[in-house]
Design a binder for this molecule. Structure first.
Ligand code: HEM
Ligand code: HEM
Length: 221
């Protein structure tokens, strides 16, 4: 049997899937509110109710996860905000790597490559934007000045367009792109089972793999 290494711990995977589920529901109900032609689907305001239930889940899930897993949280946030020359190397190599499948072009990457860092950063920043603007529209709809509510809708919509587009890029790059295969031991498996093959870890995240092989890395994300 092929040797495997742990990439994401169980609590992290549970948070990912609960958050991904809540986001998908928020995205779909948001889309119905956003596109006037889909207005007939929003009759009886059920989309608004489901949007609010999913929003509560989206906010509560990390609030439960963070205090129980603060080391992994700090580490993930630190990774997302640490940028250096390695990231310049990733950016220069990315077109050849992703479009021409030229694996040689890509310099060794850490636990998170720069593309993953960008997605993580986007999720952190835009979750804050969604929560602040969403809660203002939710709690102060009847008392806030109309101009403020209009601004909140506009900012919420911009966040929806940016994260919505990147959501599809994320699914493509973590599940569909040929270099992330095979499903059983590649990127999908890291979030589904928590493990990837040693070969995948070494070819996609060589710097991180080197540390695990030397036994230097004990805490996983
Ligand atoms: C996580 C916290 C969130 C909260 C508290 C929240 C709350 C709200 C509220 C109260 C509304 C107004 C609904 C109404 O008309 O009564 C709204 C609209 C909307 N939400 Fe959210 N939301 C959140 C996250 C999201 C996410 C993650 C997305 C999409 C990815 C999203 C997309 C939308 C869209 C597109 C609208 C329609 C805005 C418009 O009328 O143009 N929301 N949201
Ligand atoms: C529902 C569709 C989704 C699928 C199929 C999916 C799949 C995956 C997979 C397979 C990974 C592991 C990639 C790797 O380590 O090589 C991953 C990582 C991750 N996902 Fe998702 N995901 C989805 C939605 C989301 C959503 C909505 C968010 C944010 C709210 C999110 C946030 C993350 C983050 C922060 C990571 C770690 C960094 C990265 O690998 O990009 N995912 N996802």
């Amino acid at each position: 049997m092929e040797q495997e290494v742990e990439r994401y711990r169980k609590p992290t995977r549970i948070l990912h899937w609960v958050h991904a589920g809540a986001f998908t529901i928020l995205f779909l109900t948001g889309l119905i509110l956003f596109i006037p032609a889909l207005g007939f689907l929003a009759q009886d305001s059920w989309t608004r109710l489901i949007h609010r239930i999913a929003a509560a889940l989206f906010i509560i899930a990390p609030l439960i996860y963070i205090p129980l897993n603060w080391k992994a949280t700090l580490r993930g946030v630190k990774d997302a905000f640490s940028w250096g020359m390695d990231d310049v190397g990733w950016l220069m190599a990315a077109p050849r790597y992703y479009f021409l499948a030229d694996e040689e072009a890509m310099p060794p990457q850490d636990h998170m490559n720069s593309g993953q860092k960008m997605w993580w950063l986007l999720v952190i920043v835009f979750s804050g934007v969604f929560i602040i603007t969403g809660l203002i529209m939710w709690a102060f709809k009847t008392v806030a000045p109309a101009a403020l509510l209009e601004w909140m809708v506009l900012i919420h919509d911009i966040a929806f367009i940016v994260t919505g587009a990147m959501f599809f890029v994320h699914i493509y790059l973590s599940v569909i792109h040929p270099l992330m295969r095979p499903l059983r031991t590649g990127a999908w498996s890291s979030m589904a089972r928590g493990k990837v093959s040693a070969h995948y870890a070494c070819s996609h995240h060589a710097k991180w793999y080197e540390r695990i092989s030397k036994g230097e890395e004990i805490e996983h994300q």
